[in-house]
Design a binder for this molecule. Structure first.
Ligand code: C2E
Ligand code: MG
Ligand code: MG
Ligand code: MG
Length: 287
């Protein structure tokens, strides 16, 4: 059904979109093959406690390189969503991420945070997919965080009651919910009052670049909102020691970004965590 919908929507294309459409069809066919042939890889990027350097979580980021050429997630994930392929792919990411984090959770208390698309949330069996992935890996719910973008959380296309019930079900098992790309998606904050969430991931748009008063004011306001609602805040895309220091001064407790580490293949990150005993203070850049 998803496929037929997609075709109808694309039927009335303009000539200048023909190439784009062709590329789109080609990617969706390749994605279908990639699902069947298990061609995806998950990389992990540390989330670091700004006062101790301790890695508290790792974000699972999907990687796909058909024929050795990497395709950015922002190109293939929207297509996977449109054709419903994100449902099997997303379930695979959840199982893989839970499996991969198991020893890090046991050795260092590191949780894994997994991006979830709106399409997955609307699947009636999503809660059992999540809890099944945990059970299969022998992990408690506390080891898993689900990242949902602000836009998806508040969009009218997702049935609000269904989403609230779903989040409550997994939270009852200890799973935490993070609002991804916080601050860019929606003009009203009212949803934060009734949606069960635990963490704000502050969009990179609010990671202070140069320490100017005005941009610092936005960052401070968001961090204070999170702190006063007793939510943890994770700053995204922290690239320099100065940014990390400014965030620390604003009382933001957690951050991720190239300053600490790029997303790494599981074996590479395992070597880093082992050699540094789970602490990354950003003193030496990892690339
Ligand atoms: P996101 O969830 O907001 O992920 C953060 C993105 O920022 C990642 O891009 C990461 O590589 C990048 N990043 C991390 N640190 C820095 C930094 O210091 N500077 C800069 N400039 N960028 C940084 P990536 O891996 O290309 O993923 C892009 C988006 O694709 C993600 O944004 C997420 O929305 C989506 N995505 C990735 N994996 C999955 C997945 O398994 N499922 C779903 N549904 N979406 C995914
Ligand atoms: Mg994310
Ligand atoms: Mg994000
Ligand atoms: Mg983002």
């Amino acid at each position: 059904a998803a496929k037929a919908d997609g075709k109808n929507r694309l039927a009335a294309y303009e000539p200048r979109l023909a190439i784009e459409r062709h590329e789109h069809m080609r990617l969706s066919a390749e994605l279908r093959r990639a699902v069947a042939e298990d061609e995806f890889v998950v990389n992990y990027q540390p989330v670091v406690d700004l006062s101790t350097g301790r890695v508290t979580a790792v974000e699972a980021l999907l990687r796909w390189s058909p024929g050795g050429r990497p395709v950015p997630p922002l190109e293939f994930i929207p297509i996977a969503e449109q054709y419903g392929l994100i449902v099997p792919i997303g379930a695979w990411v959840l199982r893989q991420a839970c499996k991969d984090v198991r020893t890090w959770y046991e050795r260092f208390g590191i949780s894994v945070t997994v991006n979830v698309s709106g399409r997955q949330l609307r699947e009636p069996d999503f809660a059992s997919v999540v809890l099944g992935a945990l059970r299969e890996a022998g992990l408690p719910g506390e080891a898993l965080i689900l990242e949902i973008t602000e836009t998806v959380l508040v969009s009218s296309t997702a049935d609000a009651d269904h989403v609230t019930a779903l989040l409550s079900t997994v939270r009852a098992e200890g799973v935490r919910i993070a609002v991804d790309d916080f601050g860019t998606g929606y003009s009203s904050l009212a949803y934060l009052r009734h949606l069960p969430v635990d963490i704000l991931k502050i969009d990179r748009a609010f990671t202070p670049e140069g320490g100017m008063a005005e941009e610092m004011a936005f960052t401070r306001a968001i961090v204070e909102l999170g702190n006063s609602l007793r939510l943890s805040s994770i700053a995204e895309a922290v690239e320099t020691p100065e940014q990390a220091e400014r965030l620390r001064q604003l009382d933001c407790h957690l951050a991720q970004g190239y300053h600490f580490s790029r997303p790494l293949p599981v074996g590479d990150l395992d070597a880093v965590l082992t050699s540094r005993n789970g602490v990354l203070d950003g003193a030496s850049l990892l690339s």
